[in-house]
Structures are given as C-alpha cells and as structure tokens.
Design a protein around this ligand. Structure first.
Ligand SMILES: [Ca+2]
Length: 449
C-alpha cells in the first residue's frame, strides 16, 4: 500500500507536516504486519523537539526522552512516580518478536451484551464489567458466569444503536475501595459517581456525585476512569460533540481532555491537585491534565513505565494513539486543528502553542473507524507478546506496540461466525492475560493459535 507511505506526523510538535517522521505504515492484509518506514525517526528526535514550550505547556518529549523539561514546565509526580516499576515487569519486546505471532480470540463469555468496560478488583477477587445500558456485573476470575450487582438503566441514557452515550467507565479507588462509574444521564450530561462496596456489591445509599459536566452535544463523551498510585483519578472527556471540536481547545472548558482530580474521601466532589499543569493559569480549568483530544474513549498506564497511553478516536480519517510520559503533563494533542497528522485547515493556532503528535496512527480506509485503547500484555499464555501494548480497532483488527513504539498488526483471524461484534475495550486479568470486550458477542480471550 504505497499510498499509506505518504502519511506524516507533526514533526516533533511543530505545526507542520513532516514527511514520514516517525509514522508507521500499514499493509492492507488482515494478516499483514505493520512495517516501519525505512527512514522513520521517533517524533521526539525530530527537528523542533527542542523548541521552547509555550506558557504552561509541557515540552513534547517522546517516551523515553531524557531531556530535562524547559523553564516553566510543570512536572508533577505523575502516575507511577510514587511507586517505581517492579523490576520483574517485562520491557517492550522488539517488533521483530511480534511479527508472525499466530493468535486467536476465543469466546469466553457470550451472555453479556453492550459491554463497555471491565476491571479486575484484587481486593474483592472478582471482575466488574459494565454495560452501556447501565448495568454493573460481577464475574469470577475464570469468567465462567456473571451476576448483576447494580442497575442504573433508568438513570443512564437509553441505549440506541450507534450511540456513544450510556455507562462508559468503571474504576475502584485504591484508597478506600469505592466503585466509581462514569456515565451520561437521561439529560445526556456527564456524571462521575461513587459507591461504597458492601459484600462485593455497590451500596446505593452510599452514592456520591463526584463530577458533573453539562454536555453541549450528544457524542464524544470519552468515558474512561483510571486511578493512579498518587490518589489521582484520571477522567476522559471528549470534545462533547457540540462545537465541531472547538471546545477541545478551550482551556476554560473541561472538554477534549484527560482530567486529573482527587475525589474527596468523606464528601461529594473532588480537589484539584496543586501540581496539575494549569492550576495557576488564569482562565484555565485546573482539572485539565492534557488537552486537545477528540474522544479519548480509553486510556491506560503502562505498568512498567507509568506512561499514559491515550487512544483518541478520530473523525472521518485517522485514529491515533498518544502518550503522556510519566512525570509530564500539559500536553496538547492537537484536535480540532489536527486529526492525527492531518491538518484540518482550520487555522488560528495560537503562536507558541506546542502540539504533541501521536506516537501511532492509522487511517480509516486502511484499518477501521475507531481505535480501542489497550493494555500491556503481562500474561504467560503468549510469551513472545509479554511487555507489548495491545490495542485494536472497533471492527476487529488488533495491534501490538513493541520497543521504540513500533507497531505490528497481530494475526488474529476473524471468528468463524463472521465478526467480533464491535470491540469496545481491552481488559487485563489478574494473571496478565488479555480480554476483548464487545457490544454484541461478549468477551473474548487472546490466546496463541
Ligand atoms: Ca491528536
């Protein structure tokens, strides 16, 4: 697919297209692999990477960059800062080790529909899965069955085909075990709520409203929740679908962001960490951790490095994967001016504003229409995959990112029954094995073929 070789990225954060800088090229075969452009360079090493950052904006150093931050750059103790990576965690494998891996996706639980997220709760010894129509299910470690433990179906947006609204995120507070849910309500506005857990079930009487955001439109709601070791809760919010994306660049609004807040332990609401990047900038919302995202449907921390991997769902053309290196914040990932490396021709980018390019992108006409953020594989069933970051497109293609952010398209044949039933999430089990959640066909487990 030579046409794909024309892909570019924002070179080192410059607001220009750089020819082939750091972008990887796809084959069009289902079983094909991603090749690295022969002259590819990491975005962090591209010209322009040493340009001084704009006010309050973190230097767009790529993962692994060791340059010290420039003057005035906020450097909070990011995720992982309070807990050094365990020495036993595997490093990302070389891409050559990922190429040619023969895998399969085995159905392990088909009874649940409309799955949007699943997390393992070590304290309670169970998985908790959510469905877009408002249910929380508890599942045993072997996923042999499921039991509903909460019904919010009368409270969340009624399920519609193709809708991005509903119950979208779940996480547990490592400080006190409370369950946090992220959903759009019957007025289509965003709510983050929490519940105490009693005997493995959320107690409705303990409900607290943590965050409420009035939504300007019906789509691009984000949805991810993720607790870091520092007590920070990371919350994904899309551009809200009400301004053709402009709200993603309005720092007086929470849209188009990953937020970082600290939920109160004894009351509703939250505090804003003093080391968030914009707390001292007049007119900026202090909750904003990173900005310029369209619809950060899923993000996760790499357990070995603490880097935050944000899958940002694109508009009509490009899907992208963004990275916030551990210990940095304040990045602006470019939407609505850019969709991946594509300049949308809008203009009006403030002088001095540094934009951070994605570390990987793919085109809709090459792969599919919506990136599904992933997990680092730490299991034992597929030894060659250990340490790789596994992600997918909604329509079924799966990828693994290895060392130097090189991405390989995994060889995972479509199920015999036709398709994967709309992938929505990649989840990790207590043993590090990975599961793919779908809207129509339940849960698959990734295994060797
Ligand atoms: Ca972007």
């Amino acid at each position: 697919m030579t046409s794909a070789r024309n892909l570019g990225v924002l070179a080192g954060g410059l607001v220009v297209l750089g020819a082939l800088a750091g972008v990887q090229v796809l084959t069009d075969s289902d079983a094909g692999v991603v090749e690295t452009a022969p002259d590819a360079v990491a975005p962090s090493a591209a010209p322009g990477a040493t340009d001084p950052p704009g006010p309050g904006v973190t230097e767009p150093s790529g993962p692994g960059a060791t340059d010290p931050p420039g003057p005035g750059v906020t450097e909070p103790p990011g995720p992982g800062a309070t807990e050094p990576p365990a020495a036993s965690l595997p490093a990302r494998p070389p891409a050559s080790q990922l190429q040619g891996l023969a895998l399969r996706a085995e159905p392990v639980l088909t009874e649940l529909r409309n799955l949007t997220g699943m997390v393992w709760n070590a304290e309670l010894g169970a998985f908790y899965a959510i469905t877009q129509d408002g249910f929380v299910h508890r599942l045993p470690p072997d996923l042999a069955g499921s039991e509903p433990v909460m019904d919010l179906s009368g409270e969340v947006t009624a399920l519609e085909t193709g809708s991005e609204r509903g119950l979208l995120g779940i996480a547990f507070d490592p400080r006190d075990g409370r369950m946090f849910l992220h959903y759009t309500d019957r007025g289509d506005d965003t709510n983050v709520v929490s519940y105490a857990m009693v005997d493995g079930r959320p107690d409705p009487s303990s409900r607290r409203l943590v965050l409420f955001v009035e939504q300007p439109g019906l789509g691009h709601n984000g949805g991810q929740l993720l607790f870091a070791d520092d007590g920070g809760l990371y919350v994904g919010l899309g551009d809200g679908g009400g301004s053709r994306g402009r709200d993603a660049q309005d720092y007086s609004k929470l849209f188009g962001s990953v937020l970082r807040i600290v939920p109160k332990l004894d009351a509703e609401g939250y505090d804003i960490p003093a080391d968030n990047p914009h707390v001292s900038t007049p007119g900026y919302r202090g909750e904003i951790f990173v900005k310029g995202l369209r619809n950060p449907w899923q993000f996760t921390r790499d357990p070995a490095t603490g880097d935050l991997y944000i899958a940002d769902v694109g508009e009509d053309t490009i899907e992208e994967l963004n990275v916030v290196p551990a210990g940095t914040s304040g990045q602006n990932f470019g939407w609505y001016w850019f969709e991946g490396s594509l300049d949308r021709g809008i203009g009006g980018i403030p002088a001095g504003l540094q934009l951070t390019p994605p570390v990987f992108e793919y085109r809709h006409d090459q792969v599919g229409p919506a990136i599904v953020g992933g997990q680092t594989y730490l299991g034992s069933a597929i030894p060659a995959l250990r340490g790789a970051f596994v992600f997918a497109d909604m329509t079924g293609p799966m990828f693994a990112m290895g060392a130097a952010n090189e991405v390989v398209r995994l060889d995972v044949p479509r199920p015999a029954q036709g398709d994967f039933g709309v992938m929505t999430s990649v989840a990790a089990g207590p043993d590090g094995e990975l599961y793919v959640l779908t809207l129509r066909k339940g849960i698959y487990r990734l295994l060797p073929r």
